[in-house]
Design a protein around this ligand. Structure first.
Ligand code: HEM
Length: 391
């Protein structure tokens, strides 16, 4: 019998331990690693139905919630000031509406020239330093980090601190070390929020905190979510995206021959890689009849995004990586009220970062075999911490 979660053995394939989930029912009750029983959802139709169901809660303080996140993240997510990602409506929506204007398609169109400059200057520096290099440090991590720091008003000179601390929170096996890093990040943002430089934190402080619509503590916790989600996820997608394209030279050639294919290729990479399985956790707050079963109030729900995004009823020949597939309806950003707030930002960064890299570095290649790459553990943002490349 399988348990959840399980680690990947190939950076761009779901954990092999999930193969069993591809057969049989679209949801079933199984034990989690902590011994708790949960409804494990592997069917696309059922995943979307549950994501969109108001009888399903994201609030980690509800009894029965699947508590399998790393302890430091769990501590933030159950705190009284927990961010809106882990709250239900109407509280979740109240905060989401304060932020949404910063992340719309229109806003991202305005920001595109600035993001393009960030991409090219990062690439200039990488090329000037010469090969070989670690693509994560030289390219994938600086681009989204620079963009989100500017949006929030986080000083760039602090990037090494917040990048390292975020990584420690997400990945450290030692709960004490991860807890300490969380404390440092919260103290850093609290300090910044006293007199924030221009940006979203300053705007929220002025418009929401000073009018009494949000507490200063809530501003700090939500800003921490934006800073962390804003750089770790997209960074992982750029690295794994490059790796996946290099490993599929026919698809890379198709992409190079037709730049109009870039947006479609980004959607296919999001589907194929489904890097953010950790956030897809829920608990039922009322009985939910679904697929011939009844999920009872108080029962844990785990949506296995990497398998849902390979449901053959929705994505033909789902294990084939195909940049021309038109995979826009994947659940890599979730679905329903919590669907990723930063998805337009992530898409813009991915499109610009991938096209610039493959255009300006035509003979880019991996400097080590794929099976030598160190993969991140289960329940973290999936990816690699280093990607040695040369050209
Ligand atoms: C490719 C990169 C990204 C992926 C794969 C990703 C994935 C996700 C997923 C799966 C969710 C839904 C969680 C749930 O349903 O519980 C989510 C929510 C969220 N993401 Fe992203 N994300 C990415 C980039 C970003 C960026 C760049 C930001 C920028 C700040 C961001 C901010 C957020 C926020 C604030 C939420 C919570 C939304 C809500 O609860 O209403 N994400 N993301």
């Amino acid at each position: 019998m399988i348990t959840y979660p399980q680690a990947r053995t190939c950076p761009y394939q779901p954990a092999p331990g999930y193969d069993e989930l591809r057969e049989g029912p679209p949801l079933r009750k199984l034990p989690l690693v902590n011994g708790q029983q949960a409804w494990i959802v592997s069917g696309y139709e059922q995943a979307r139905a549950l994501f969109a169901d108001s009888r399903v809660s994201s609030d980690r303080t509800n009894p029965g919630f699947p508590m399998i996140m790393p302890p430091a993240i769990q501590a933030v997510q159950t705190s009284p000031n927990r961010p809106f990602l882990v709250r239900d409506d109407p509280e979740h929506n109240r905060v989401r509406r304060m932020l949404i204007s910063e992340f719309t398609v229109r806003r991202l169109k305005e920001l595109q020239p600035e993001i393009e400059k960030v991409v090219h200057s990062t690439l200039d520096a990488m090329l000037a330093a010469g090969p070989p290099t670690d693509l994560v440090t030289a390219y994938s991590l600086p681009i989204p980090s620079l963009v989100i720091s500017r949006m929030l008003g986080v000083p760039w000179e602090d990037h090494e601190f917040f990048q390292n601390a975020t990584r420690t929170v997400i990945q450290s096996k030692d709960p004490e070390t991860a807890g300490k890093a969380t404390g440092q990040l919260l103290a850093y943002i609290s300090n910044l929020a006293q007199d924030p430089p221009p940006g979203l934190i300053a705007r929220l402080k002025q418009e929401q905190v000073e009018t009494g619509a949000m507490t200063l503590n809530d501003l700090v916790f939500n800003s921490l979510l934006l800073l962390g989600a804003g750089h770790e996820t997209t960074s992982s997608m750029i690295s794994l995206g490059v790796l996946t394209l290099l490993e599929h030279p026919g698809q890379l050639a198709a992409l190079r021959s037709d730049p109009d294919k870039v947006p479609g290729a980004v959607e296919e990479l999001l589907r194929y890689l489904t890097i953010a399985e950790g956030p897809m956790l829920r608990v039922a707050v009322a009985d939910i009849p679904i697929a011939g079963e009844v999920i009872k109030a108080g029962e844990a729900i785990v949506i296995v995004g990497s398998i849902v995004n390979r449901d053959p009823d929705v994505f033909a020949d789902p294990d084939r990586f195909d940049v021309s597939r038109g995979a826009t309806h994947h659940v890599a950003f979730g679905y329903g009220v919590h669907q990723c707030l930063g998805q337009n930002l992530a898409r813009t960064e991915l499109r610009l970062a991938l096209s610039a890299l493959f255009e300006r570095v035509p003979d880019l290649r991996l400097a080590v075999p794929v099976d030598e790459l160190e993969l991140r553990p289960a329940m973290t943002i999936q990816g690699v911490n280093a990607l040695p490349v040369t050209w």
